[in-house]
Design a binder for this molecule. Structure first.
Ligand code: BDR
Ligand code: CA
Length: 309
């Protein structure tokens, strides 16, 4: 049986590859994409989701835009990493359609009501839309099988020394999700920094078809950025790990423990505080990714990407 999911995202290079991995997998049924402001403004992340679904020949998958700003803070974008439009690299395209009418929250509500079985929510941007699900749809939480999100870190951050981007952008939303009582899996930087592709992979994709070429062009930009900025050989494909994990859970090692989010301190705002050694006695609320079989991840991702066209 395939896993029925809604992907809430802010494409973004790695979000885009996550969408493509989901559409290329027989284990996943992508019921819809919802968008949030994060890597870029909401209008850009929504347009980019539509472009990616056009590229993979799935204009039938609904796209609904959600929150255009964090719950209580000014939006921080990641233009330095993803470009002003959120998807630098490929020649800019125009989507064949507009986003579907109705907000991300309305779409998620309707799906949760109409689907007979609980569904999985995957979040690869700031958790603003997910916080709405937590606070506005409590009567439907029993229809949510789990929430798998990319965000946070056990150790150091990537946007500040203390915080990972998705959690830093909307820490109040992330705190609500952590306290929701929903079944949560966190895929943070310890995992995703191992999940990288490099120029060799772009080379393998190039010339294999329009979709593969598109991913190669995404990688040209994304790998180049990480090489220049951090001196790394490749680029972490953070968000695609959420989908890879749903396809093959044995890719990850995990630990179930307590996670809280710092929402007050200027210095450590957005830090995910992981009780790795169970020192607090607080209830375990999150299954936290602690490691990934990188070779198996790369093989799975490349195999799927190479079937796209
Ligand atoms: C996360 O931040 C964004 O820039 C990426 O799309 C990913 O979701 C990694 O910290
Ligand atoms: Ca993202």
């Amino acid at each position: 049986m395939s896993k029925r999911i809604i992907l809430d995202c802010d494409p973004g290079h790695d979000d885009a590859i996550g969408i493509m991995l989901a559409t290329s997998s027989s284990e996943i049924e992508l019921l819809g994409v919802t968008t949030v402001a994060g890597n870029s403004l909401l209008e850009n992340t929504t347009r980019n989701a539509l472009i990616v679904l056009d590229m993979v020949g799935r204009p039938d998958i609904p796209v609904h835009s959600g929150r255009n700003a964090p719950l209580v803070r000014e939006l921080i974008t990641a233009a330095s990493m993803h470009g002003d439009g959120g998807l630098d690299g490929p020649v800019p395209a125009h989507p064949s359609r507009s986003a579907n009418p109705g907000s991300a929250l309305e779409f998620i509500e309707n799906i949760l009501i109409s689907e007979p079985e609980p569904i999985t929510l995957v979040a690869t941007g700031p958790l603003t839309n997910m916080a709405d699900v937590v606070t506005k749809l409590p009567h439907l939480h029993n229809k949510i099988e789990q929430v798998v999100f990319m965000g946070g870190a056990i150790g150091l951050g990537n946007w500040t020394p203390a915080a990972e981007f998705n959690i830093l952008v909307d820490p109040e939303a992330a705190a609500m999700v952590m306290n929701s009582g929903l079944k949560l899996t966190m895929i943070g930087l310890e995992v995703t920094h191992e999940a990288w592709l490099d120029d060799t992979h772009a080379g393998q994709l190039r010339g294999q078809g329009a979709c593969e070429e598109f991913v190669a062009e995404l990688l040209d930009h994304f790998v180049g950025f990480h090489q220049k900025r951090f001196g790394w050989p490749g680029a972490p494909i953070h968000d695609a790990v959420t989908i890879a994990y749903l396809i093959e859970p044995s890719l990850l090692t995990t630990l179930v423990t307590n996670v809280t989010v710092e929402t007050q301190s200027e210095l450590t705002l957005g830090r995910t505080v992981i009780d790795l050694y169970s020192v607090t006695g607080k209830t375990a609320n999150v299954e936290v990714g602690t490691g990934i079989n990188r070779d198996a991840f790369v093989t799975l991702l490349m195999q799927h990407l190479l079937t796209l066209s």
